[in-house]
Design a binder for this molecule. Structure first.
Ligand code: ARG
Length: 459
């Protein structure tokens, strides 16, 4: 056991206690961030005259060496060290001797880990944002190709009114775009540097916190040192945003699973994104969509865990906060991975356009339009609603659509029906006539697509 403390102690830590307390098995994930933070810290210390230039250069060289040796496998991160911070410091001292002992001047592991976690979260936030951008590109492409692809729109999972596939996809574009806006917003709030907060009350060394913050790409230092070491709001916000991403992906997955079912056949998931059954040879299962739907629970779990961990912690740092890592790391990997896989599945998925059209035609999705037609011919809406209701019942008995009825048949329900009814309630007309902002009509869709495109060009 290589510990950073000991002077005050007369006994060795109990082995089980040591293992229980240690975090190296998971915080080694942010070695890069730990090194990045240490580099900025020594640069600042030297600039302030707290370390000499020689000491700074020796430390920087030592840190580079650690990075190189871990990457090449010469140096192994083992549980001999309590955490990644001890690992780096102990190795630095092994390498360069006394100068290494000065790295931690004016720093505490409390502000060090606060910094590492923030840097790591910031990097993951940017990576997730890039994955979401890719997904939006895929969705936009499907929108552009399918302005004229008619399908039923649903409420209560019952066919409601005809829409276009572009319109349906556009709804998801909005959702994932909002997810990106949320990330952008979180980034702005979190991008302040906690290093220099010390253990809780700053330090007596004349640190230039503005400079350290600048070196690390932050907008400035955090303001209050007690908050600096004990704030994990940014992580909670990020987990909440990831939970929302997963909720969106899960809804989308649910639809794809339904659309891919034998009964619907709206889509066919590519072989590369499907799996078979060990016993039923005919099976091609939408496992990826199901797994994405299932993994949503893990991310929600991580959000609940950190909220619960933080809720009873007095200021400032408490060891409870070490629990901010494992589940959050898992949530970050899970969410990024799910967005990436989902985008791939969507990109390679085939849409059965004829099946979608036939489904819209045979689900009375034009019933509202038929009622509106009668209204235009002078029938009050409530009467028109009743007439079309009876027409639907008549069709259901015969297994036909409204458009399949002859004009004489229609006239038995209302003399207001004319030859122009067929044009008025064709699927194409029903969609084309929906022209308000946000509707599936081609002009409204063209506008929506243009907005989506210009968003992606700029962001
Ligand atoms: N492994 C610790 C964590 O993740 C690092 C900070 C330790 N600080 C302390 N005072 N024991 O929170």
């Amino acid at each position: 056991m290589a510990q950073l403390w000991g002077g005050r102690f007369t006994k060795e830590t109990d082995k089980l206690v040591y293992a229980f307390n240690a975090s190296i098995s998971f915080d080694q994930k942010f070695l890069a961030e730990d090194l990045q933070g240490s580099r900025a810290h020594v640069r600042m210390l030297a600039r302030q005259g707290i370390l000499t230039r020689e000491e700074r250069d020796q430390i920087l060289e030592g840190l580079d060496g650690i990075e190189r040796d871990v990457a090449s496998g010469v140096l192994e991160i083992t549980d001999r060290y309590e955490d990644i911070h001890s690992f780096v410091e102990a190795n630095l001292i092994d390498r360069i001797g006394d100068a290494g002992k000065k790295l931690h001047t004016g720093r505490s592991r409390n502000d060090q880990v606060a910094l590492d976690m923030r840097l790591f979260t910031r990097r993951n936030l940017c990576e997730l944002d890039a994955e979401l951008r890719e997904l939006l590109e895929v969705i936009l492409h499907i929108m552009e190709e399918n302005i004229k692809t008619i399908m039923p729109g649903f409420t209560h999972l019952q066919k409601a009114q005809p829409i276009s596939l572009a319109h349906h996809m556009g709804a998801y574009f909005e959702m994932f775009q909002r997810d990106r806006l949320r990330l952008q917003d979180i980034y702005k709030r979190m991008n302040y540097c906690p290093l220099g907060s010390g253990a809780l009350a700053g330090t007596t060394y004349p640190l230039d916190r503005e400079y350290t913050a600048e070196l690390l790409g932050f907008d400035g230092p955090t303001e209050n040192s007690m908050d600096g070491v004990s704030d994990r709001d940014y992580l909670i916000e990020f987990l909440s945003a990831m939970s929302t991403v997963m909720m969106h992906l899960s809804r989308f997955s649910e639809e794809i699973i339904i659309w891919n079912s034998n009964e619907y056949r709206f889509v066919e998931i590519d072989d590369a994104y499907s799996t078979g059954s060990s016993i039923m040879p005919q099976k091609k299962n939408p496992d990826i969509a199901e797994l994405v739907r299932g993994k949503t629970g893990r991310v929600y779990g991580a959000l609940m865990q950190i909220l619960t961990t933080m809720k009873g912690i007095p200021l400032a740092y408490n060891k409870d906060m070490q629990e901010d890592k494992e589940m959050a790391f898992d949530a970050m990997d899970t969410t990024k991975g799910c967005v990436r896989l989902f985008a791939g599945m969507l990109r390679t998925m085939r849409f059965n356009r004829e099946v979608m059209l036939a489904s819209a035609r045979h689900g009375f999705t034009n019933a509202t339009d038929a009622a509106d037609y009668l209204v235009r011919k002078g029938v009050p809406f409530r009467d028109a609603h009743g007439i079309i209701g009876r027409v639907v019942l008549y069709c259901l008995d015969r297994g036909i659509a409204i458009d399949d009825m002859k004009l004489e048949e229609l006239r038995q329900f209302s003399p207001a029906f004319d030859g122009d009814i067929y044009q008025a309630i064709s699927m194409q007309t029903c969609v084309a006539k929906r022209l308000t902002i946000g509707a599936p009509g081609p002009e409204a869709m063209a506008r929506e697509i243009a907005l989506a495109k210009s968003y992606l060009e700029k962001h």
